[in-house]
Design a protein around this ligand. Sequence first.
Ligand SMILES: *Cc1c(COP(=O)(O)O)cnc(C)c1O
Length: 356
Amino acid sequence: MNVHRSVRPNVLNMAGYVPGEQPDPGQTLIKLNTNENPFGPPPSVVGAVLAAAEKALQLYPEPTCRAVREAAAKVFGILPQQVVVGNGSDDILTMILRTFIDPGEIVAAPVPTYTLYAALTDLQGGRFIPVPWAEDFRLPVDRLVETGAKVIFVVRPNAPTGHAVALDDVSTLCQRAKSIVVLDEAYADFADDNGLQLLATHENLLITRTFSKSMALAALRIGLGFMSAELTLQLHKVRDSYNVNRLSQAAAVAALTHRADYQPLIQSIRLEREQITLALRQRGFTVPASQANFILATVPQGGMGGAAWARALKENGVLIRYFGSDPYLADKLRITIGRSEEMQRFLQVVDHILAS
Ligand SMILES: *Cc1c(COP(=O)(O)O)cnc(C)c1O
């Protein structure tokens, strides 16, 4: 039997999302490739996970993550009924497409963007329409609306460019698009502002957040979705019944309760971001200002190309993310902001490569 004949054509034909490399624990690479927080979570959060591990592992977790939703509602000034919790924010993105996209329907996003959207759209049998960013990386509102998309994704600050679109433009998009607008705020904690206040005035807006980046809990897979209470009822129907495990729920509550403990870590990443931006510019890279915990650096002109840079860095023990299959990104490196000593080492390696 040819099992391929049984596989849904859209699954058979899709490339699938390729996550950044996770080296084996024994390897001593400097890991600047997947935008994790280089610091572990604060002891207040680790303690909550250990405490949760000591009880009730034989029981299913609370299916709707009630305690997490209540803690999030307090922090973000919304109602617990407006929050959906996911097994990572990727899980929320999956729920969104399951809820809104039938086969053949259109999903759009300004590109370059988070590459998972296209993969999830393929899975759903939908059609992903990439819309290039406008000049100066403004939100191409008209062209997004013209796609007729049922769901439009906007990342703010954007991955992999790091820029944050004007919130007024997001607001205009919500008004003009007769569709769902998803504002993916995976990196909002590193930015100067966020779009939370737009929720009250735009019923078609959904906002997603993750605990994998600023909250240093990538291992536990926790994400939040904020939207109207009405919409959460629909998303709850399409998610896995017990999508977030007990330990992750305990961690999420603790992280939200002890948000202040994260401030020094986030501050230090923001500071490091400004320093590495300047240091790379001095070395001939083009580096636009970033609002996230990574920068997108164009390699110096006239020297090695992007792929060669990525290879040379890896040979010298530094992992960064390279998206060479996208022509726009072929001469660019996405570099996660790590700890101070990691960035120092990274710069030494860059100097070594430039000199050789
Ligand atoms: C990292 C990232 C996510 C995924 O977050 P998880 O909570 O780890 O699933 C979602 N969106 C963007 C833009 C990201 O960069």
